[in-house]
Design a protein around this ligand. Sequence first.
Ligand SMILES: CC(C)(COP(=O)(O)OP(=O)(O)OC[C@H]1O[C@@H](n2cnc3c(N)ncnc32)[C@H](O)[C@@H]1OP(=O)(O)O)[C@@H](O)C(=O)NCCC(=O)NCCS
Length: 419
Amino acid sequence: MFNRAKDRRIFVQLLSFFNAFDNVAEPQFRGVHCRPVADLHMPVANAFPSPASPQIRAVTAADVPALHALEQVCFDGDRLSRRRLRHWVAADNRVFLVAERAGQLLGYILVLLRRGTRLARLYSLAVGPAGRGQGIGRALLAAAEEASSHSGRLFMRLEVAEGNEAAIALYQQQGYRTFGSYPNYYEDDGNALRMQKRIRYRPENLHRLSVPWYGQTTEFTCGPAAAMMAMAALSADYTPSVSEELSLWREATTIFMASGHGGCHPIGLALAMRARGFDCAVYLNQHTPLFVDGVRAAAKKAVVQQVDADYRANARAQKIPVIEQEFTQVQLQAWLEEGALALLLISTYRLDGKKVPHWVTLTGIDEECLYVHDPDSDDEYNPLDSQYLPIARDDFARMSLFGKEKLRTAVVVRRARTG
Ligand SMILES: CC(C)(COP(=O)(O)OP(=O)(O)OC[C@H]1O[C@@H](n2cnc3c(N)ncnc32)[C@H](O)[C@@H]1OP(=O)(O)O)[C@@H](O)C(=O)NCCC(=O)NCCS
C-alpha cells in the first residue's frame, strides 16, 4: 500500500441533471466492465500537485480526446474506443462524470442505467497516474452513486478483475459486497468478481419521524421488534428492550405457527400497544381466524382459533377498530403523512425464498418504493441494510399477501394518547 493522506477533501459539485435519466432506453453493449488494468510501472502521486481541489462535473463531448488518452494508460485491454466514448457521452441512459483539476482530466466514471430494473451498473472507472491515491476514485464513485440513486436506482453492481487489488479495496471500503463471480470474463480470460451495494437508503420524502431501528433477538419476535420501533418513534418516553420484546410477544403470540414458536397476531400486537397507551387500528382482509392453515395438527388449529377469537373479543371490548378490508398504498402514504406508523406483515418468500410471515415497520414511501425497517438483520456488520429497506411498490403488492388465504394485514399506530 502506498502512502495516502486520509484527510484530503474533493470538492464534489453535485449536478443538477439527475432527473434527466428516467425513462432510459436499453443500452446496446457487450460487457467490457472494469477491464484488465495497465501496470503503470510508476509511483502514484501522494500529494496534490496543485493547491486547487479536483472538481467533479458532467462529461462533455470536448472531453473525448482526454478520456481516450486515459483509457490507454489505465487499461491493458477491452478499452473503450473513441466511437464508444462519443456514444456514451451522447447517451442519456447513463451517469458519466469526470474529475478535473486546473483543466486537466484526472479520471472518469461511467454508470449504465438499464430500463426496467432498479440496478445501476458501474461500467467503467479510471483515475490516471496524476490523480491516484488522492481520493478521486472514491469521490467519483460517491457522486455516481448519488446520481444513480436520484434516477431511481436502488443497487449498484459491478464486475472487477479478481486480481485488481486497488479497485477491490476501493469497492469494499465503500460498502460493496461480493455476491458471485464470472469465469473467463475478460479478453485475457481473467475471472471477474461480481459486487453489489445498495445505494439508496432513505426515501426522498421520508417520514417526518425518525424511526430508530431495533434488531429482533429471537427468530419469532419480529412483531414485537417492529412494534417497539414504531412506539419509540412515536413517543420519546418509550424505550425498547429485550424484556419489552419478550413481553410483547407473550401478549400478542398466536402460540403456534407452521414451525417453531408462534408469531404475532395483528390484533394481539394492537392490544399490546394499546396497553402501552398507543392508539391502534387493524386492517385485515379476512374475517376467518388467521394463521390456522399454517398448523397441521387439529389440536394446534383449535388453539390458534381460540387465540384469534380471544384477541377479536378483547379488541371489541377495548374499541380497537378491526377493519375487515384491504388497505391500499394510498392509505399507507396518508397514514405516514398524518404522523402515524404502520406495522406490515410480509411474506419473506421474495426476500429469501422462505414462506414465513414477517413483521416490518413502514418508515417511508415515495413514487417507486415503500421503505421499511426490517427487524431481521441478515448481516450484523451492516445494519443499515435493514433500515429504510426499499421495496418496489409492485413487489410490495405481492409480498404483502401471506399464505394460501392471501392474508393482507396492517396495524396502524398513532401517538400515545395524552388523556
Ligand atoms: C482503482 C482506481 C480507480 C482507484 O482510484 P484512486 O483515485 O487512486 O483511489 P482513491 O485514492 O480514491 O482510493 C480510495 C480507496 O481505494 C483503495 N485503494 C486505492 N488505490 C489502492 C491501491 N493501490 N492499493 C490498495 N488499495 C487502494 C483504498 O481503500 C483507498 O482508501 P484509503 O485512501 O482510505 O486507503 C485507480 O487505481 C484506477 O484507475 N485503476 C486502473 C483502472 C481500474 O482498475 N479501474 C477499476 C476497474 S473495476
